[in-house]
Design a protein around this ligand. Structure first.
Ligand code: HAM
Length: 450
């Protein structure tokens, strides 16, 4: 039967069979961020609209077409965050983080974002980003560190080799106007060949035309002038240093003069990591330098650089390249209880195991033995032990390896009080360590028995 209510278009339910993949990604991200010294920041899901409209630029598609903006009950315009950077800058300034910490201030976030976009493979209306922002230095070393954090994330997940790093420089407010002029005059000559959106962009943000995927525009762009030929000395030196630092670090990249990025705040270095098989966009991660944004949002002029990685796209790349680890295992033990005494023993045994960090299950719905065995199988239990009233009284029960089917009798000491320590050294004794270690010890010891 079709569900009465369905999720909004462009959103997804991450179901129990999938959540471990997100835990896995988040744990890997936190590990890498720690290694590079980025500290986590958690921010509100919505901000006052000006934070984004000022921050991201009112000619960007995100601001003009894609924001989830609404008036709250007091009539104030608020917006669900379409990205992380503007909110991080707002919070950094509001909380005085730039004054309180030695520079650079290095922050990371893992958060959901919202954009009212046309649905496509790899493009959602609610999606997740893992990103960093580094405030307070214009040194090319910081640009390179940003790129390397993104690269290390992909490395951590085993897909770096499947993703291409592309970089570009889009100059600064000093050198960009001359380029704009040149680009505009070139595009003007080809105005009729451009798509209607790009004709509009000529007035608002001609750089974005370089990003257009329409075949007609692509053809026009083949001979278009590129920013790299117009960089001022400072921008050129900066970009050359970024390239040579990447070379020195052995980080492979390709210069792609057509990268402009979709948000208006960028200057100098911009970069993207592009994967195959992730959808028309293919961009798993995008970022760059944005030296003007902090001032734009009311702070003192402060250089900044960062990136955000799309976690849905990262997951698609992991699935595409079979880079995910095995799904988590089921419980170590399912204790099947029959009759009042048997059920009490099963309950006790499971509680003892759980208290020692071992995942164990028993029947909560008063099912038959057959149904309990079926449940154990569905949960992926490694072992089952069947305890009826007789077993509870005698202290002996059958332990079954669910994978091989092998069975043997084990002793339950004092009827129900403990597994026989002599026989199962692990029993419920003094095992220390993580849940995984505990599970391994338990299973190892049980394996030895069989
Ligand atoms: P962005 O390129 O707009 O940059 O987004 C970064 C990444 O988020 C994209 O490369 C993509 O993987 C993912 N992404 C964006 N939109 C969607 C969507 N609709 N569905 C799925 N994934 C999506 C920014 O957001 C900048 N704030 C990045 C940054 C941080 N620059 C400097 N610091």
């Amino acid at each position: 039967m079709a569900a009465k209510y369905t999720k909004p278009r462009g959103t997804q339910d991450i179901l129990p069979g999938e959540t471990w993949k997100w835990d896995y990604m988040e744990a890997g991200i936190r590990k890498v961020m720690g290694r590079y010294g980025y500290k986590e920041i958690r921010l509100p899901t919505f901000e006052n609209t000006e934070v984004f409209s000022r921050g991201m630029g009112d000619s960007s598609d995100v601001v003009t077409k894609e924001m989830y903006t609404f008036n709250d009950k007091s009539g104030r315009s608020v917006t669900l965050r379409p990205e992380g950077t503007a909110g991080v800058v707002r919070a950094t300034l509001e909380n005085g983080l730039l004054a309180a910490s030695p520079l650079p201030v290095k922050l990371f976030y893992i958060q959901s974002c919202f954009r009212y976009e046309k649905m496509q493979k790899g493009r959602w209306r609610e999606f997740h980003q893992a990103g960093i922002e580094c405030f307070g230095t214009n040194e090319p070393d910081a640009d390179v560190e940003s790129i390397q954090v993104a690269s290390a994330l992909l490395e951590e997940f085993g897909v770096r080799k499947d993703v291409m790093l592309e970089i570009n420089s889009i100059g600064c407010p000093t050198c960009r106007p001359a380029y704009h002029k040149k680009l505009n005059s070139y595009l003007n000559k080809h105005r009729d060949e451009l798509c209607p959106t790009c004709r509009n962009r000529m007035e608002t943000n001609p750089l974005r035309i370089l990003d257009c995927k329409e075949p007609g525009c692509q053809e026009v762009l083949q001979d278009a002038p590129v920013m790299l030929d117009f960089l001022c000395d400072d921008c050129e030196t900066h970009f050359n240093t970024v390239k040579s630092l990447l070379d020195a670090a052995g980080t492979q990249f390709r210069v792609n003069p057509m990268i402009v990025r979709g948000l208006d705040y960028y200057s100098n270095t911009v970069f993207e990591f592009v994967a195959e098989g992730v959808g028309t966009q293919g961009t798993v991660c995008g970022g760059g330098r944005y030296n003007g944004l902090i001032e734009e949002l009311g702070g003192q002029a402060t250089p900044a650089v960062g990136f955000a990685m799309g976690m849905e796209r990262l997951l698609m790349a992991l699935e595409e390249h079979k880079a995910l680890p095995a799904a988590p295992e089921g419980p170590a033990l399912y204790a099947v209880g029959i009759g009042t005494g048997g059920r009490a023993a099963a309950r006790w045994l499971v509680n003892e195991m759980r208290q020692r960090g071992i995942r164990a299950e028993y029947d909560l719905v008063n099912r038959s033995v057959k149904a309990q065995m079926k449940a154990a199988d569905r949960l992926g239990a490694k072992y089952t032990v069947v305890i009826g009233d007789d077993e509870a009284a005698s202290g002996n029960a059958m332990l079954k390896n669910m994978r091989t089917g092998a069975e043997r009798e084990i002793q339950l000491v004092n009827g129900v009080e403990a597994l026989n320590e002599a026989e199962i050294a692990i029993t419920i004794g003094d095992i220390e360590g993580s849940v995984d270690d505990l599970n391994k010890s338990l299973l190892g010891a049980i394996d030895n028995l069989l």
